[in-house]
Design a protein around this ligand. Structure first.
Ligand code: GDG
Length: 478
């Protein structure tokens, strides 16, 4: 008999970053949403986390054992890849094919796609790592599009295991997904799970449309689908942020001081914070800001946009192009509209420390979150959680998963540059009482639907689904 279940989390990356130093290496805790969200369950459920530790090729081979031991102390298990494997699995397939497909960007697909064999091989390597540590009764939670094949590979070897899969990005419309020659094989991979989770009803709807067209399968009223003698539950689990912790940190003295510094000399501040990714809608956001300044010249010298663009996936062509496009636009707009004492856009192409991030959230009069496609988007929720003063206006794209929940934001179509300019003007001129009314409603949503609830709900669904499954003949797990 097994006691309380252990949780095996599997994601492309481990929740730490390994940096090589002269003495060997150091481990840094990652600050991303997944790392934060899974921390609680990982600690409470005697968790094991399996993933890639990042490029460790600069760490001497003789020290790799020490690295594995240091990771093991935190219950982390590394899956190693050679540079070539990393290039094909991570860059060529995951980032250059699956990411654009999931974000509706068929135009970004390379002409020749090779490497599905490597994608399968690496998914198998993750499966080996799971099977090696698995004990009957464990819960296995697989994350995201880099591991679409993993649930089925695990099901082959652990027929009775409780396997969950959560997709952090959008699941695309079938018309787009069907461009992939591997479409069937990828969906078969996902369906190895007992529970498949999406951020929104729309992404699940796309997935069920794909099941209907590929396999003539329908989802039943209880949100399950019959699959190879099992029932697979398709659930909606909108991911949140650690709202209590963000509120606490955002109220700290050093954040308040940094906030004042950011606002010094600026009467109104617009803020954008994104990975530099073509899905985040940065170029049209800049054009909307330019439009605002041309339509309402009264804002010139009074409004500044701080745009942080965190470097991302610089090895993929499409990202290099996206970077040049943003660079060129910032240069042109600042060149055209700056005065000797003011530049409209302050552009930071780098990651900023968390204190600065929180200070930016707190300093923003208007936060601009205008992706053209986003599975959820945590930046907008972090902004809301940080606004302990109940002030600030959120302008949010209707194409972000978060728009389904954050209906008290000012929702915009990011492709409509004129509309966004109008709405930013409206945000800048909104009366204090109205700003607070919107922000209070947003805060109550973000605080009550935090990342801990997300993790708890998914784990509960995985336990329930398995308990509800018909009993099968007992066969050996390994
Ligand atoms: C994927 C999906 C989904 C950003 N800049 C800095 C910084 N960040 C942190 C933010 C936030 C995270 O990065 C970005 O999260 P997002 O959700 O906005 O976007 P993706 O990275 O694309 O995430 C997305 C998410 O998965 C979760 O399911 O919401 O739709 O695409 O936490 O705070 N952190 C620091 N400095 C920065 O400069 N410290």
């Amino acid at each position: 008999m097994v006691g309380s279940p252990r949780l095996i989390t599997v994601s492309n990356r481990l929740p730490v970053t390994v940096t090589s130093t002269r003495e060997g290496f150091v481990l840094h805790q990652s600050a991303g949403g997944l790392a934060t969200g899974m921390r609680g369950p990982h600690e409470q459920l005697e968790g094991i986390w399996i993933g890639w530790p990042g490029d460790v090729s600069r760490i001497e081979a003789s020290r790799r054992g020490e690295l594995t031991a240091a990771l093991a102390q935190r219950s982390l298990v590394p899956v190693m890849m050679s540079r070539d494997e990393q290039q094909v699995f991570y860059e060529d397939i995951s980032n250059a094919v699956l990411w654009p497909i999931c974000h509706d960007r068929l135009d970004q697909l390379p002409l020749h796609v090779e490497g599905w064999d490597v994608y399968e091989r690496i998914n198998r390597r993750y499966a080996d790592a799971v099977v090696e540590r698995y004990r009957p009764g464990d819960l296995i939670w697989v994350h995201d599009y880099q591991l679409f094949r993993l649930p089925a590979l695990l099901r082959e070897r652990l027929p009775h295991a409780r396997i969950g899969f959560f997709l952090h990005v959008p699941f695309p419309n079938p018309e787009i997904f069907f461009a992939l020659p591997t479409r069937r094989w990828l969906v078969e991979g996902v369906m190895g799970a007992d529970v498949v989770g999406f951020h929104t009803r729309r992404w699940r709807g796309h997935f069920t449309a794909v099941l209907r067209r590929l396999f003539r399968l329908e989802m039943d009223a209880d949100s399950t689908v019959a699959w190879q003698g099992r029932r697979v539950a398709l659930g909606i689990f909108p991911m949140g942020v650690d709202a209590a912790e963000l509120s606490r940190r955002a109220g700290a003295q050093e954040v308040s001081a940094a906030r004042l510094e950011l606002h010094a000399g600026i009467s109104k501040l617009l803020v954008g914070i994104d990975r530099l990714d073509y899905s985040k809608g940065i170029p049209r956001r800049l054009l909307s800001f330019e439009r605002l300044l041309r339509l309402h010249p009264e804002w010139r010298e009074r409004v500044t946009l701080i745009q942080v663009a965190v470097p991302s996936r610089g090895n993929v062509n499409a990202y290099r192009k996206a970077r040049s496009e943003v660079d060129a636009l910032v240069g042109r707009i600042n060149g055209d509209l700056s005065t000797p004492t003011w530049s409209p856009i302050r552009y930071l192409y780098r990651s900023v420390p968390q204190t600065t991030l929180l200070a930016l959230y707190r300093a923003a009069d208007v936060m601009l979150v205008t992706p053209v496609r986003d599975g959820m988007n945590l930046v907008c929720k972090e902004f809301v959680a940080s606004r302990v003063d109940e002030d600030g206006v959120l302008v949010l794209s209707e194409f972000a998963g978060a728009a389904d929940e954050l209906t008290d934001a000012l929702l915009v179509n990011p492709y409509d540059v004129d509309e966004v300019a109008d709405v930013v003007h409206q945000a800048l001129t909104m009366a204090g009482a109205e700003r607070r009314r919107h922000m209070r409603a947003l805060r109550s949503q973000v605080i009550t639907h935090d990342v801990h609830l997300w993790a708890e709900r998914f784990i509960a669904a995985l336990q329930d689904q398995h308990a509800a499954a018909p009993r099968r003949e007992k066969v050996s797990e390994n």
